[in-house]
Design a protein around this ligand. Structure first.
Ligand SMILES: [Zn+2]
Length: 152
């Protein structure tokens, strides 16, 4: 007798729908900053934490963070992963080429920003490397304006 037969459940969940996400006043101001190619964060009046993207409440001391501050365009790559697939409308597909998603801690920021890392082969990317923001030529106040980060 062989091993007991196991049953696997493999759900297929295609998602194809229009989704409107209300970003709220903090992300609205963040994206307004993108029009001028500025990166904004919110500063905590209690502990001084600067959150990027900005958010209303400090995750450390729970105070309301009303002050918006501009942070630097350069930062440190805190961590990263190399992607080999894309997902669009719930369907996985092989990526045209491996790509890097990183957590970038910008100058003057306390938190790290999730962003694409480019201008470097994925095999050359290292944690701790200095990176800088690369903007699209025409900034319109969209998430995509901040295209990626590349090595300084
Ligand atoms: Zn705080």
């Amino acid at each position: 007798m062989g091993a007991p037969e196991e049953t696997y459940f493999t759900p297929v969940v295609p998602m194809d729908f229009t989704y409107n996400y209300r970003v709220g006043p903090y992300i609205t101001r963040y994206l307004d900053g993108f029009k001028d190619k500025k990166i904004l964060g919110s500063r905590c009046p209690g502990c001084g934490l600067v959150a990027v993207p900005p958010r209303k409440y400090c995750g450390v001391c729970n105070k309301v963070m009303e002050e918006m501050v501009e942070v630097g365009q350069e930062g440190t790559l805190e961590n990263f992963t190399v992607g080999h697939v894309t997902i669009e409308k719930g369907r996985l597909a092989p990526a045209e080429a491996p790509y890097v998603l990183g957590l970038v801690k910008l100058e003057e920021a306390t938190s790290a920003l999730l962003a694409r890392v480019g201008g470097i082969a994925p095999s050359e990317v290292r944690t701790g490397m200095k990176v800088k923001a690369v903007w699209k030529d025409e900034a319109a106040g969209d998430y995509d304006d901040l295209d990626h980060f590349e090595p300084v």
